[in-house]
Write a protein that binds this ligand. Structure first.
Ligand code: AMP
Ligand code: GLY
Length: 422
């Protein structure tokens, strides 16, 4: 069978690489893909207009695509799954309604309250004046969030009332995030340690994936601006067995059941971003997709077939399914372009020293292949991912792999995994 992956990031390279490993998979197409997916065996890139759902449908029919996996949030929130499923094309991803868990902070926060899912106290606003008035009732720091999709940039942590006013002014009046800022959530600042809990959800079944932790801030020691994620590792020791149980019982099952109650059962990867403190958990956000860069270290540990897992989930056949992981630990270090997460340059030529070590994998993200050259094409350019007998070993191996990659302006955090090692 053939598989189509939608997206172009490191997550999609990892998804395509994993799908291509199954002997029963003839070919994996990625749209639009990157240089890494272009160079991968049994994988090729295809330019499809992702806004024209019928052109994706046509491609699937012509190429006999037996499974579509949608990587990023935008096409999910736009309803690509609903469209392809209505054309009887097997598609792994949530419906447009369920994807609002990520697509609208107001939707997700109201959902948490309705189904008693622990989260930060909040209030939602649709205009500047009332949101500013509310600041008199809040304590600081406080968190201002654009309601809609803002490419990971819509969350502003404000230390005082002036910063909060400025954030609200820029969202409501300057339209910094466009229509994503037509509404705003102001919420309580939570302290603790973050973890990513990602599961495959199929109607009334949940298959938790290996635990992981991302590093959102751009600088070592979690200092500086927030990014899409500068590196991740798996498993995450902060998610003890007890916390794991709590996440399932207080977050994942109530979400799954809530969506069933609303007539919109979930299908796809469901990602809960959590704050953990003193064994208590609170949900920071939901993503309706696999994390990036969490996908890279998580899939690197997965022994089971991803294509089989997705197909069983679509067919509602996950009873008695058992997922297999390697005991090894994994660590993924993002190599980014100078300036990221703000302005950065692209089109820098990349040189890569090849290696044949099966415990190392250089996943591409913002790269493209032109005239036989690999060029940078984004803020996050690679995720150097490695296995090791423990996290420290995986970290050492990942940083050795980082050293194999050179391009002008390349930078990376030098402490990925530090919380898990400490
Ligand atoms: P979100 O897109 O809601 O996950 O927010 C992005 C990042 O902002 C999170 O990973 C946290 O690091 C931070 N953040 C979001 N909400 C809060 C909060 N209520 N308290 C503290 N930090 C937060
Ligand atoms: N790594 C965070 C995210 O995928 O949103």
């Amino acid at each position: 069978m053939n598989v189509l992956i939608i997206g172009s990031g490191g997550r999609e390279h990892a998804l395509a690489w994993k799908c291509a490993q199954d002997d029963f998979v003839e070919h994996v197409f990625v749209s639009p893909g990157n240089a890494g997916t272009h160079l991968e065996t049994k994988v090729s890139n295809i330019e499809l207009n992702l806004n024209e759902f019928n052109s994706i449908e046509k491609f699937c029919l012509i190429e006999k695509v037996g499974l579509v996996i949608i990587g990023p949030e935008q096409p999910l929130v736009d309803g690509l799954t609903d469209y392809l499923q209505s054309k009887n094309i097997k598609t792994f991803g949530p419906s447009k309604h369920a994807a609002q868990l990520e697509g609208s902070k107001t939707f997700s926060k109201d959902f948490f309250v309705k189904y008693n899912i622990p989260t930060a106290r909040y209030k939602s606003f649709d205009n500047f004046e009332s949101s500013v008035e509310y600041l008199n009732e809040t304590s600081f720091p406080t968190v201002v969030k654009a309601d809609g999709l803002a490419a990971g940039k819509g969350v502003i942590i404000c230390q005082n009332i002036e910063e909060a006013k400025q954030a609200l002014d820029s969202i409501f009046n300057d339209k910094t995030f466009g229509t994503a800022g037509n509404r705003v959530v102001i919420e309580e600042f939570l302290e603790g340690e973050e973890a990513s809990f990602i599961a495959v959800v199929s109607k009334d079944k949940i298959i938790p994936l290996a635990t992981s932790q991302d590093h959102k801030a751009v600088g070592d020691g979690d200092i500086g601006l927030n990014t899409g994620g500068m590196g991740a590792y798996s498993p995450a020791p902060i998610v003890t067995d007890e916390i794991h149980e709590k996440i399932l019982n207080q977050v994942m099952y109530p979400t799954m059941n809530g969506l069933i109650e609303e007539g919109s059962p979930y299908l796809g990867f469901l990602y809960a971003g959590l704050m953990i403190k003193d064994c208590e958990i609170k949900v920071l956000e939901f993503n309706c997709r696999f994390g990036d860069p969490e996908t890279q270290p998580i899939l690197f540990r997965l022994n089971s077939s991803l294509v089989e897992l997705c197909n069983l989930a679509i067919d509602d056949k996950l009873d008695n399914y058992s997922i297999e992981w390697t005991e090894k630990h994994s660590c993924g270090v993002v190599i980014a372009s100078a300036g990221y997460p703000e302005k950065y340059e692209s089109n820098k030529e990349v040189s890569i020293k090849e290696n044949n070590n099966e415990d190392l994998k250089l996943f591409h993200a913002g790269t493209k292949y032109e005239n036989g050259m690999i060029l940078t094409n984004g803020g996050r350019v690679f995720c150097a991912t490695a296995l090791g007998c423990d996290l420290k070993d995986a970290q050492k191996n990942a940083y050795n792999l980082v050293n194999n990659v050179k391009f002008e302006g390349a930078f990376f955090r030098s402490d990925i995994g530090f919380k898990g090692i400490k």
